[in-house]
Design a protein around this ligand. Structure first.
Ligand SMILES: Nc1ncnc2c1ncn2[C@@H]1O[C@H](COP(=O)(O)OP(=O)(O)OP(=O)(O)O)[C@@H](O)[C@H]1O
Ligand SMILES: [Mg+2]
Length: 234
């Protein structure tokens, strides 16, 4: 089943007299439960695509359906509710609260959740069992990103959006973070959408979407999906 269905979606930015078609008439269907990797050069529209899918920004025109519901006309409150109930996010920067420990940071993601996951169980799934009481400054970048993943997933979202999740990490740590995401996708059937500059990460995807100049240039479905630890890093 398609979790997202996009028809003729455009996002046009106007700054002074300059018009940028960040998304230019995009048609796209994304399947539920998959790991989807979005590749493309800087400025090609990757983050814009993430923003309109996740209701962070409105598209200028076109139809965006999430599980059959038209979300492109949602008002502010409806978009907030949509994000709160269904979506999790991680970014290149971990955005942890420095004066809260690991468990408290993850608890933040649990607020208002209908069916939250158990925090200690989730922490052991991201490889941080027994580290509940550590503070962010006592952890490596990769560990902090795994706390951020736990915080995003504790509400058991339908979709996890990841914008350059390994952008600040070295190869070994990056792979560990990706493997964590991969395990959680399998365990909870969370649809995962990863935006990256690193083409190697495409090897762990079910579906790879290439974007250029606001257009989808190719969609490929991998016959063989690699374990994140086996990726040959670019
Ligand atoms: N708020 C904005 N106002 C004006 N133009 C914008 C805005 N946000 C993005 N753009 C433009 O839209 C285009 C697509 O930007 P986007 O951030 O989606 O690219 P990206 O593929 O995520 O790039 P990167 O890999 O560098 O993060 C770019 O030309 C960018 O300058
Ligand atoms: Mg971007």
């Amino acid at each position: 089943m398609a979790i997202y269905e996009l028809k003729d979606v455009s996002k046009i930015y106007k700054v002074n007299n300059t018009i940028t078609k960040a998304l230019n008439k995009v048609d796209l269907s994304l399947s539920e439960g998959e790991v989807i990797v979005v590749l493309g050069p800087s400025g090609s529209g990757k983050s814009t695509l993430l923003n309109v899918l996740s209701g962070i920004d409105n598209a200028t025109s076109g139809s965006i359906k999430f599980m059959g519901q038209e979300i492109s006309h949602y008002k502010y409150e409806e978009l907030c509710k949509y994000r709160r109930d269904y979506l999790g996010f991680i970014f290149q920067s971990y955005n942890l609260i420095s004066n809260l420990n690991v468990a408290e940071n993850v608890e933040l993601g649990q607020q208002l959740a209908k069916n939250p996951l158990n925090i200690s169980e989730l922490l052991s799934e991201v490889g941080l069992a027994g580290q509940e009481h550590k503070f962010p400054y006592q952890m490596s970048g990769g560990q902090q990103q795994r706390v951020a993943i736990a915080r995003a997933l504790v509400k058991n979202p339908k979709v996890l959006f990841c914008d350059e999740p390994t952008g600040a990490l070295d190869e070994a740590t990056g792979k560990l973070v990706l493997q964590t995401i991969q395990n959680l996708n399998k365990k909870y059937q969370t649809t995962v959408i990863i935006i990256t500059h690193n083409p190697s990460i495409a090897q762990m995807a079910n579906t790879v979407i290439k974007v250029n100049s606001g257009k989808i240039v190719s969609i490929t479905h991998n016959k063989k999906v690699l374990n994140a630890m086996k990726i040959a890093w670019a």
